[in-house]
Design a binder for this molecule. Sequence first.
Ligand code: C2E
Ligand code: MG
Ligand code: MG
Ligand code: MG
Length: 294
Amino acid sequence: RAKAEGPGRSTLFDTSMHDQVRERIELEVALRQALAEEQLHVVYQPIVRLETGMPVGAEALVRWEHPERGSIPPMLFIPIAEDSGLISQIGAFVRNEALRQLGVWRSQGVVSESFYLSVNVSPRQLSDPELPLVVSGELFRYGVPAHCVALEMTESVMVDGSSVTARVLHELRQLGTKLLVDDFGTGFSALGYLRRFPVTGVKIDRSFVTGLGRNEQDDEIVRAVVAMSHALGLSVIAEGVETPLQREALYQVGVVNGQGWLWGKAVPAAEFAERWHLAAALPEVPLPVATVTT
Ligand code: C2E
Ligand code: MG
Ligand code: MG
Ligand code: MG
């Protein structure tokens, strides 16, 4: 049925329970096939220094190109992958592909020595006691230093995580990877766990970045997150930066790094290498020196 209606078929109108369940099952079956048939690929979005616009790293994001339905957004299939357990295979694919790519870029001089790739890891992956060993094997295989890899997890990992997860995080940190809290501010955002778990940085969720420079409350929230993060020795990346006004406001409150459409969307590896090559990326007009506020 889905096939007959083609890629334009909207799931929005499948309002009955029955249709929703059917849609989920269809997607799960299709996702299993996607893994086997190499319909998944990885795209890269730059993470830049706000001050200069130069890349410090990139986030690896999964894309699914279905032969009939076209591109299916992660928001639609990641939750299904998590429920069904397929996320472990998808996550492993994305991580391995990203680390392989980083090895290539490093050897070709496309990226700097300190350039890092950031990979999303789901709670299920972090509950696998083998994960640190697997990551360490991949680092060795692709000649990538551990500090050139960041793993992004949501706050829920630290809130619901088991003792196995806690150990996995400590082992990853011992290995030397960066550990970032993704979508920071949308979950529990308790100070306690930031101290208890070996995280190295936070990514401020896009929802707090949107109103920056226009909404005083957003400015204050971000200012508070920065103060807290710096007090704890954590790095800060702002997500979803779309406008020069947001960049300016972030810089003024002391955020160092940003990611968003202002600099570029996530693109395939070849396009990334072309656009963001170490030798080709030119610094943008510097921002005025931040005024110290008390
Ligand atoms: P995320 O990890 O928070 O990734 C950032 C999302 O924001 C990406 O959406 C990115 O394309 C989008 N984005 C970046 N800059 C901007 C901007 O300036 N404006 C707006 N409006 N959006 C921006 P994407 O690629 O659709 O991924 C959505 C989510 O799916 C990700 O959120 C992440 O939670 C999940 N995801 C993606 N790839 C993976 C993966 O390989 N593994 C896992 N476990 N989750 C993944
Ligand atoms: Mg992320
Ligand atoms: Mg994020
Ligand atoms: Mg986000």
